[in-house]
Design a protein around this ligand. Sequence first.
Ligand SMILES: Cc1ncc(COP(=O)(O)O)c(C=O)c1O
Length: 384
Amino acid sequence: MHHPIFQRLKAEIEAREQAGLGRSLMAVSERHGTTVTVDGREYLNFSSNDFLGLAQDPDMAGKLADLCRRFGSGSGASRLVTGTESCTLAAEQALADYFGYESCLIMGSGFLANLTLIATLFSEKDTLLLDKRAHTSTMAGVRHSRARFHTFRHNRMSHLRKLLEAHPPEAVLTESLFSMDGDSPDFAALKKLKEEFNFLLIVDEAHALGVLGSGGKGLGRDVADVAVGTLGKAFGMFGAFILGPQIVRDYLIHFGQGFIYTTALPPWHGDMALAMLEQIRCADDRRAHLHELGIAAREILRETGLTVHGEAHILALEVGDELRCQELATALRREGILLFAARYPTVPLGQAILRVCLTSEHRLADIERLRDALRNALKEVTVK
Ligand SMILES: Cc1ncc(COP(=O)(O)O)c(C=O)c1O
């Protein structure tokens, strides 16, 4: 710990911790449906993006085991060498067909997909406009691209219009269901703006694909030119995919560093993605249940007195102060409930939220339990 750089790192972490912004890893030992076990204690989990419960599906786990036995654990090569299986190509075609795009390219993760897509397609010659609350991976892509960029106020189409007039862009970047706020842009308004200003629209559908829209096909298809989906959330796996015109896929294969210079996903990944897509195709009941649950949860959680944001299966309970938010999460944990305090820099400073992720595995009684625990936690934390 003697090198000065380590002292600097230590000081920066301590400053974060003192501001209630410390971060640490939690070791999960078991997962069953809506519960996770941490340090021998079972918690009701409201922090999972496994929105349709597919990551826990025993048939899918069995299929994965069979595939692993047949194909082995790793691909041992990058996609352009021998890391592309025939099942990878079949999965890409099936994803493109299902979600209604010309082509699809599977990537290592959603973060890598956004970063690679944006950084590869655009350069310092371009101008980009993006929602102020866009995911960090989108911002990372924008910065790596070196394009000029401007952010518009969250979901505020009138502000986007002003920016479009002042800084005509090559592309506009947004999300279909925002990961922290749980809300969506006005796609009809976006469509009109697109017709008027003729920009390329890139929509990150990470939290929507599989869950929202008819058949879980997302919210942006009518208007997006390119969309990013992840296999790590509703698909219950890992990896991600970029949907769009064939030229975008071809270009990424030629120039996308985050696609080219990295080991391909395991050889069974394409077969599993196909199997999960089939599950998603048939998941209308789970989607309907999750939809109903979202509506009920908004009402029930408002009974705590907290302001509740979110239009679907991600809800944000407004807290504001980081330390208070952290204390509330800790108090909930004492009650056996795991729910994350999203704090700066994941959300803006002073705007900490308790983020509630609902899955189709949750029942109404789980939400009521959360409400009751939250009421107690609010009393406890306010008294301090
Ligand atoms: C909006 C959004 N885009 C992209 C990602 C990254 O996806 P992945 O978890 O597959 O890296 C996430 C999730 O973390 C996200 O919330």
